[in-house]
Write a protein of this length. Structure first.
Length: 343
C-alpha cells in the first residue's frame, strides 16, 4: 500500500515493443498482425499472437479504425421502440450485425421529423459508425422535408420512402392479399378489415392490398375500420362488428388487435369461426395460443434484419448501393379461427 501522500502509479500496459521482444520479431511485424494485414506468414503470425496473449497486449481498436477508415459499427435510428414489429426487426438486425462482426449503436428518436432525424445522424456521426439503418415505420419519411445526409451508407427498413438508398421490407401487400384471398376462397361474400393507424406505412400497404384484392374479385368493399395496433382498439371494434349479422370474415392488421377483437366477439356470443372468421398479421408467438388459435400472416423479421445488414455492409465495402427495393415474402399460417361461412 502506498504511503500517505505518495502518488500511486498505474501499471503500464503491454506495448508492441514488449510483444516484439517476446516473439523475436520487429515492431513493424507486430503492427501488421495487430492491424489484420495479410503480408505475414502463418508461423510468424501465430508466434506474434501467442506473444500478445503472454504479455497481455490488446490492440487499440479505435486507432486501428482510424487508420483503416472502418469502425466495425452500425448505427440504427429507430422510432417507436416499443412496437412489436420494430422490436423484432431490431433484434434481427442486432443478431445479423453481430454475426458479421459489427457492433450496433442504437439511437431512438421521439418523432420522425427532419430535425429529429438530422440530430440522430449527427449524434451517430460523433459515435463513429460505418453506416446507418433507419427503422422508422411512418409516412413522415416520405415527406420532402426529410433529407438524408450524403456520403454515409444508409439502408431504410419498412418505409415507402423514394430515396436513393436500399429499402428492405416485408412484402406487406402480398401478406394482405393472402389473408383476404384465404377468406374469400372459404366462401365468404366479402372481408371486413381492421387496419392500423394511418401514419403507418405497413398499415397503409395492407389496407390498399385488401381493397384491391376485393375489387379484383368483384366483391363489395366494406367501410375501413381504423385501430392503433393495441388489443384495446381491437376489442372496441369487435364490440361494434359483433352486432352486424352481415359480418362473417375479418382481416385484422396485426395479431394484438385480433386478440382484443376475439375477446369482444366471445363476449357478444359470436362463435369463431362458426359465425365469424378472423385472420391476423405478424404470427406473434402468442397467436398459436389464442382461443381459437389464430390464422395469421407470418413475417420473417429475421430475414428483414439479415437482408438490411447485408445491404448496408455491401454499401460500406463497395461504396455503392443497389436501387431495387427488397420485399421479403410472407406466409399464410392457417389455424382454427377461419372456416367456411354457415349456409
Amino acid at each position: 500500500m502506498a504511503a500517505e501522500g505518495t502518488p500511486v502509479r498505474r501499471r503500464r500496459g503491454a506495448s508492441m515493443a514488449d510483444v516484439a521482444r517476446v516473439a523475436g520479431v520487429s515492431g513493424q511485424t507486430v503492427s501488421r498482425v495487430a492491424n489484420g494485414r495479410h503480408n505475414v506468414d502463418a508461423a510468424t503470425r501465430d508466434r506474434v499472437l501467442a506473444a500478445m496473449r503472454e504479455v497481455g497486449y490488446r490492440p487499440n481498436g479505435a486507432a486501428r479504425a482510424l487508420r483503416n477508415g472502418q469502425f466495425r459499427s452500425i448505427g440504427v435510428i429507430v422510432f417507436e421502440l416499443s412496437s412489436f414489429g420494430n422490436t423484432r426487426t431490431l433484434d434481427a438486425i442486432a443478431t445479423a450485425a453481430t454475426t458479421s462482426g459489427y457492433s450496433v449503436n442504437l439511437l431512438p428518436v421521439l418523432d420522425a421529423t427532419q430535425g429529429a432525424v438530422s440530430t440522430a445522424f449527427t449524434r451517430l456521426g460523433e459515435q463513429a459508425v460505418d453506416g446507418v439503418i433507419i427503422l422508422i415505420e411512418a409516412h413522415q419519411l416520405d415527406e420532402a422535408e426529410v433529407m438524408l445526409p450524403e456520403g454515409l451508407p444508409v439502408v431504410v427498413v419498412d418505409s415507402s420512402a423514394h430515396y436513393d438508398y436500399p429499402i428492405v421490407d416485408t412484402d406487406q401487400a402480398q401478406g394482405a392479399r393472402l389473408a383476404t384471398e384465404h377468406l374469400l376462397d372459404l366462401g365468404h361474400r366479402t372481408v371486413w378489415h381492421l387496419g392500423g393507424p394511418p401514419s403507418s406505412f405497413a398499415a397503409d400497404r395492407r389496407l390498399r392490398s385488401w381493397q384491391q384484392t376485393l375489387t379484383d374479385r368483384g366483391c363489395p368493399v366494406p367501410p375501413v375500420l381504423v385501430g392503433d395496433w393495441s388489443p384495446r382498439s381491437g376489442y372496441e371494434t369487435g364490440l361494434t362488428l359483433a352486432g352486424d349479422p352481415d359480418v362473417t370474415a375479418i382481416f385484422v392488421a396485426n395479431d394484438q388487435m385480433a386478440l382484443g377483437l376475439l375477446r369482444a366477439l366471445h363476449e357478444k356470443g359470436r362463435s369463431i369461426p362458426g359465425d365469424i372468421s378472423v385472420v391476423g398479421f405478424d404470427d406473434t408467438a402468442e397467436s398459436a395460443h389464442f382461443w381459437p388459435p389464430l390464422t395469421t400472416i407470418r413475417q420473417s423479421f429475421a430475414e428483414v434484419g439479415r437482408r438490411s445488414v447485408d445491404a448496408l455492409i455491401h454499401e460500406i465495402h463497395a461504396g455503392e448501393h443497389h436501387h431495387q427495393p427488397v420485399a421479403v415474402p410472407t406466409e399464410l399460417i392457417i389455424r382454427n379461427s377461419t372456416a367456411p361461412p354457415r349456409r
